[in-house]
Structures are given as structure tokens and as C-alpha cells.
Design a protein around this ligand. Structure first.
Ligand code: FES
Ligand code: FES
Length: 247
């Protein structure tokens, strides 16, 4: 319980960092802490929703927790990288369309889509796990199909409709997959969660071939926490709802 409270305290501090409009009922950090202690379960569930709307699950929350201490160094590093790329004679102009918005970029020809999303555009919901196509943490949709963005050359996706986890929720309305992940506790640390969710959304559109299980159809997405039971339950529930809706 003590651990749970400590985690929730962290979540609160994290959520408050950039999600002020969602905390309008808390007038101060102290008030927020009281709220968390008195309404433990409800506050956790609300935090999870906020974190998912933010696009990165609990991993994003942990990252945000360290945001204040790391942001200056990261900003300097990004600025240095950008400057280096823009000055590079090899840099090429690429416009990526992500979550319905165009991003004109100067990129090295060998830049991966994942690096362009995270380091150039600043959409850090897609995670870098293995950086070699083995874990699925970097899964995004390109023209409706799920791909490992760490293996995709950014320049090859100019003109494609890229969607990342930041574009999954509509405002504060969660995508059914996000809601199901919360309902079934489909994550622990959350690092794999954006990739798992996009793989699931891709699966809803592609359909799992007859005779294959959800586990098989999402076998490219690894969860080091082993939250597979919750993940599979969440995806199966949404697949079932879709089947009923079509019937
Ligand atoms: S980071 Fe892309 S598959 Fe692991
Ligand atoms: S929830 Fe931690 S890696 Fe999947």
C-alpha cells in the first residue's frame, strides 16, 4: 500500500507538470495529495487516463517526472543535433505527415522514422526499446498498417499518413483500446504500452487471420513486465465488441 501511495504521489507530481487543465479540482499540491490518499483507486484510474491521453502511458509519466531536471540538457542536445543536421551537406528535406499535421524537416538520409518522430518532432510516445526490430516498442501506423518505426527510413515515408500514440485519443475521449488497457491493467511500467496499443489498433483493422490467436498476431510486441494476460484480455474484448458491432 505504501509503495502504491508512493507511486501515486509520483504520478500526481508528474501529471500536474503538464496536465494542469485536468487538475482543476485540485487547488494545490497538498490538496492533490489529500485527494490521492483519500480516493486512492479513483485517483490512480484518473491518472492512468491522463497519462494515456498524453500518449505515453506510465513510461511517459516517469519520463515527465524527470522532465524538470532533464529538460535543459535534452533541449541543448536536441538543439545541437538539429544544428548539426541542418549544417550537414548530406541533409535532405523531408516533410512528414504525423497525426494529421505536416512537419517539414531537414534530415540525414539514413535517419529512421523513430528518431525523426522522437528527436526532431518531439513526439516521444513511440519508444525506443531494441532499435533493431525485435521488441515492437516503436510501433506506429503508416497508412493504416503497423510498422516498426526503428527500421523505417523517415525519407521513405514522406507523403504517408503516420499516426502515433499521441494521436490515438480524441481530446479526453480515450480510444476503446486505451480504455480496455486501463480496465484490464494491461501494463505495469508502460514502456511497451504505446507500441502494444498501436499494434492492437492495427490488428483491429487488419483482422487476425482465422485460426490465429491475439498472442500470435501481436507476437512482435514484447512486454518485459509480462503484462500479457491484461494486454490479451484488453485486445480480445475490443475485438469482440467490434465483431458484435458488425453483426
Ligand atoms: S525499438 Fe523498434 S522494434 Fe524495438
Ligand atoms: S508494461 Fe513494462 S514493458 Fe510492458
Amino acid at each position: 500500500m505504501e509503495q502504491e501511495r508512493e507511486r501515486d504521489d509520483s504520478f500526481s507530481a508528474t501529471g500536474a507538470l503538464e496536465r494542469e487543465p485536468l487538475h482543476t479540482d485540485a487547488t494545490s499540491d497538498e490538496g492533490e495529495l489529500d485527494l490521492l490518499l483519500s480516493e486512492d483507486g479513483e485517483a490512480r484510474r484518473r491518472f492512468l487516463k491522463q497519462a494515456l491521453i498524453a500518449g505515453g502511458g506510465l513510461a511517459a509519466a516517469n519520463l515527465l517526472l524527470h522532465y524538470q531536471t532533464n529538460v535543459s540538457a535534452q533541449t541543448r542536445a536536441t538543439a545541437t543535433n538539429l544544428a548539426a543536421t541542418q549544417e550537414s551537406p548530406a541533409a535532405i528535406h523531408v516533410t512528414l505527415r504525423v497525426n494529421g499535421r505536416d512537419y517539414p524537416l531537414q534530415l540525414e538520409p539514413q535517419a529512421t522514422l523513430l528518431d525523426a518522430l522522437r528527436e526532431r518532432i518531439g513526439l516521444t510516445g513511440s519508444k525506443k526499446g531494441c532499435d533493431r526490430g525485435q521488441c515492437g516498442a516503436c510501433t506506429v501506423l503508416a497508412d493504416g498498417r503497423r510498422i516498426n518505426s526503428c527500421l523505417a527510413l523517415a525519407a521513405a515515408y514522406e507523403g504517408a499518413e503516420i499516426t502515433t500514440v499521441e494521436g490515438l485519443a480524441h481530446g479526453e475521449e480515450l480510444h476503446p483500446i486505451q480504455a480496455a488497457f486501463i480496465k484490464h491493467d494491461g501494463f505495469q511500467c508502460g514502456y511497451c504500452t504505446p507500441g502494444q496499443m498501436w499494434s492492437a489498433v492495427g490488428l483491429l483493422q487488419e483482422h487476425c487471420p482465422a485460426g490465429m490467436t491475439v498472442r500470435e498476431c501481436m507476437s512482435g510486441n514484447i512486454c518485459r513486465c509480462g503484462a500479457y494476460n491484461g494486454i490479451v484480455a484488453a485486445v480480445e474484448e475490443v475485438l469482440e465488441e467490434n465483431r458484435h458491432a458488425r453483426a
